[in-house]
Structure formats: C-alpha cells, structure tokens
Design a protein around this ligand. Sequence first.
Ligand code: LIP
Length: 263
Amino acid sequence: SDTDLADRLGFAETMAKAAGAAALDYFTRRDELVIETKRNPQDLVSEADKKVEELIRAEIAKHFGSDGVLGEEYGLTEGTSGLTWVIDPIDGTSAFLNGMPNWCVSVGAAVDGEPVLGVIVAPCFDECYSARRGGGATLNGKPIRVADQLNLRNGVVGLGSNDRVAPADAARIVESLFRIGGTFIRNGSGALMLAYVAAGRLVGYAEPSMNAWDCMAGYCLVSEAGGTVLPFPRDGFHAPARVLAATGGSYAELEQISAIAQS
Ligand code: LIP
C-alpha cells in the first residue's frame, strides 16, 4: 500500500545516506582498497562495493526482513512480501576507484517487476534524489521535473556502454546523435545520469545493456519526474537489458537513435 511505500521510502533515504557516508569514507582512502577485476581489466570491484552492500542488506534484513533483495555484488535473496529491493552499493565503480566524484549509491525497489521506489545518493555532491510511485520525485527535498523545454538538439543526452555491447553498435549510437546535432555526456554512473534526467539536467539517457540494479531507482525517479522510460523486462532481473529514459517529447527520437538493430 501507499503507507507501506512511504515508510520504506523514509527508511531508504536514511539507509542510502548512511551507505553513502560509508562509501565516501572508502573513497577518501581508496589507495588502500583491495581491487579485483571481474569480466575484464575495466570491470572493477573493491572491498568498498562489498562492504557497502553488506551494510545495506543488514539494514533491510533488520527493518523489512520479509522483502527480497537483488544487489550487484551478492545477487538475489528471495523475499515473501512481494517487494524486492534492487540495489547497487556503488554505481560508477570505475569513477570511484579512479578518483572521480561521479558515483552514487542506488537503492530501488520493485513490485511485480515495476519500480516503486528510487533513492540515489551522490555523496561527493551532497545530493539525495528520492521518489515513490505516485508520490513525485525530489532532490534534497525539493520537487524535480524532467526538462520538457529541451530537445535532443539543444539539450544534452547521457550515453553509456560496456563490454557486452559491440563497439560498432556503440559507435553507431554516438554517430546518429551527432548527425542530428545532438551531444552527449558519459560520467561513468548510469544510475546518476538517470537521476540527472529526472532533475532536468539531461534530456535523456540511453545504454544498450544494463543490469536491473543500475536502473531500477533511476527509472522510478524519471517516471515520477514526468519522463518516459522503457520498462525493464519483468522476468529479466537476472539478465541485462536495454535502458532508455527521456522527457516525453524526446523519448521517441532517442528510442530510434539508440535502437542498435537499425541498419
Ligand atoms: C556501471 C555503470 C556505467 C554503465 C555500465 C555499468 P558499475 O555500473 O553505471 O555507467 O555504463 O554499464 O553498469 O559497475 O559502476 O556499478
């Protein structure tokens, strides 16, 4: 119910801020962290990612023990309440470990595969983005809204890619955007760039292959800020999928530009 979601949103804000403070502490002494590579030398994980996810999981278990949890580092723990938290303890790990501030703690929640809560905390910027289904979106407590006055020609798009995407496909998306006079930014955190769409800083965000934990919180934020998102496959929490979010006015055009099946 709405009350349950409101309770969980308050909890998620407090918990994500605490997780952000813990992550910021690791960030300030990142030279001491043990770093491992995952799929390739660009795909990094450190003890910070793991410790922050452990902290988040412990808080959820303490306060909402019957909820499920899907996290980047420890996978899926099934729950019985029907709500699943979908979390990325540090989104933008590469930025984080290379000493750049564009990373965040992303705490989303889904019911029947649909995003119902989204909290994104960016500790280096002192920002907390927050949304609940049907309750609007805020940044540090103030309402936010997508940039309906901008389009792909006078506003900035966020793009992301990774090693699961064919280089030629990634290049084609960039080329298509440049062809219409558009431009893009990639800051290293897809979750944070989705929050920027919600806040009206970016017109849209597109990435051919993302995991549920990278986009669930951001999707809730964009929807509640008046934008449009490509629904994440309901049964595909385990598998990456295409991610797309934009203002209502620019969504169709960005959909075409970012469709990698195009000739
Ligand atoms: C990463 C992102 C990045 C995106 C990658 C990846 P991580 O997450 O947010 O922006 O392009 O696909 O998912 O590994 O930093 O949590």
